[in-house]
Design a protein around this ligand. Structure first.
Ligand SMILES: [Zn+2]
Ligand SMILES: [Zn+2]
Length: 364
């Protein structure tokens, strides 16, 4: 992020053009002027009100996850329908909608089999800010709009629903993929925004004890708010502490929500034989499995991975939980910026300044 200062200069846009936060190659990004997109068949263009930055965007900026230079970054947004392409029915221009980070077609074999994030092939459902222009812009083109626009009820604020698109869908999916049962004991390694939502997901699914682990005390405080029954600092021997708390038995489900060797290994070490390690971290480089923690391959341990589930059915389910006041994600939005301040927002988020969890970026 060496060009942070240069990005702060304001750009103005000509009619028919918009501001967009563009990846220029490893270590570089900036606000640029791009033409406002127009929807083709089955597509919609959303005027973005609110977007955010994801940990995955940081991987992209650092060059750890490859995307094409020139791409607009971002995959979470709430906004209003600006223009509808032919073939999109049941929606109106001006309606406030939310789009999932994953925009599946809803028609291919993985989609119809329930694996919306793997639409068309491995990771294929993740298009926004990965293979097509993303949401950190004034307007964004949504493919397969019929399968991906969820109307936001008038009485719900943008801030209440923004994080359902990715963070909540992913975090809850970590708990769901772990097949948490009523009364289970669960450990969640890392309490960033996704880990916090995994903790919340474990609570919603009826876990009895939830052990939350992180390196930062303020994140452990939020973990308690989200349902953790016990919290442990990563520096204070969390594996030994959790094994002691379970009288040596280990946990039924261990969630890995960071994507590094240490947390993956710790999750495997606290997992009881027959338990499930549910991994939602994004890994870079190689990942090793410690064989003694894996019972040399014989301990009946299951390792599952999950990419954020998407599509309007998933998004509608999550919206119903918000409407029923089952949780409140607003405490995660610790900082607020405008699109013009996006370089500063990246700086705060990347360096974890000022106890940041998620940043709200107001676009209008
Ligand atoms: Zn994301
Ligand atoms: Zn599909």
């Amino acid at each position: 992020m060496t060009n942070a200062v240069a990005q702060c200069e304001r750009i103005t846009t000509a009619p028919g053009f918009m501001k967009a936060n563009v990846f220029r190659g490893p270590g570089h990004f900036a606000l640029e002027e791009k033409p406002i997109p127009h929807p083709g068949y089955g597509e919609a263009v959303i005027k973005v009100h609110l977007t955010t930055i994801c940990g995955t965007d940081i991987h992209i900026i650092k060059g750890e996850y490859p995307v094409k230079p020139g791409l607009t970054i971002g995959h979470e947004a709430v906004g209003v329908i600006h223009e509808l392409g032919p073939g999109v029915t049941g929606y109106e221009v001006g309606q406030r909608v939310r789009v999932g980070a994953i925009t599946p077609c809803g028609q291919c074999e993985p989609c119809l089999g329930g694996h919306t994030s793997q639409c068309g092939g491995a990771l294929g459902g993740w298009r926004l800010g990965n293979t097509i222009d993303g949401t950190q812009a004034e307007y964004v083109l949504i493919p397969y709009a019929q399968a991906n626009l969820t109307v936001v009820p008038d009485d719900r604020r943008d801030e209440e629903v923004l994080l359902l698109s990715d963070i909540a869908s992913t975090g809850f999916a970590a708990a769901e993929s772990g097949r948490i049962q009523l009364g289970d004991t669960v450990a969640v390694f890392a309490q960033g925004p996704i880990g916090l939502c995994a903790t919340l997901g474990a609570k919603l699914l009826g876990a009895a004890q939830i052990f939350a682990v992180d390196s930062e005390p303020h994140r452990l405080q939020t973990a308690k708010l989200f349902g953790a029954t016990h919290t442990f600092l990563s520096s204070a021997h969390p594996v030994e502490m959790i094994l002691a708390r379970t009288h040596g038995r280990g946990v039924d489900v261990a969630v890995e929500a960071l994507g590094v060797q240490e947390t993956f290994e710790n999750a495997l070490r606290v997992l009881r034989p027959g338990g499930t390690l549910s991994s939602v971290g994004v890994y870079s480089g190689h990942l090793r499995i410690p064989l003694e923690a894996f019972g040399a391959g014989l301990a009946d341990k299951t390792i599952v991975t999950t990419l954020c589930p998407g599509g309007k059915e998933r998004m509608a389910r999550l919206m119903r939980l918000v409407e029923a006041h089952r949780f409140n994600l607003i405490p995660l939005l610790t900082h607020t910026f405008t699109l013009d301040q996006i370089a500063e927002a990246y700086d705060v988020f990347t360096r974890r300044k000022d106890e940041v969890l998620k940043v709200a970026i107001h676009v209008r």
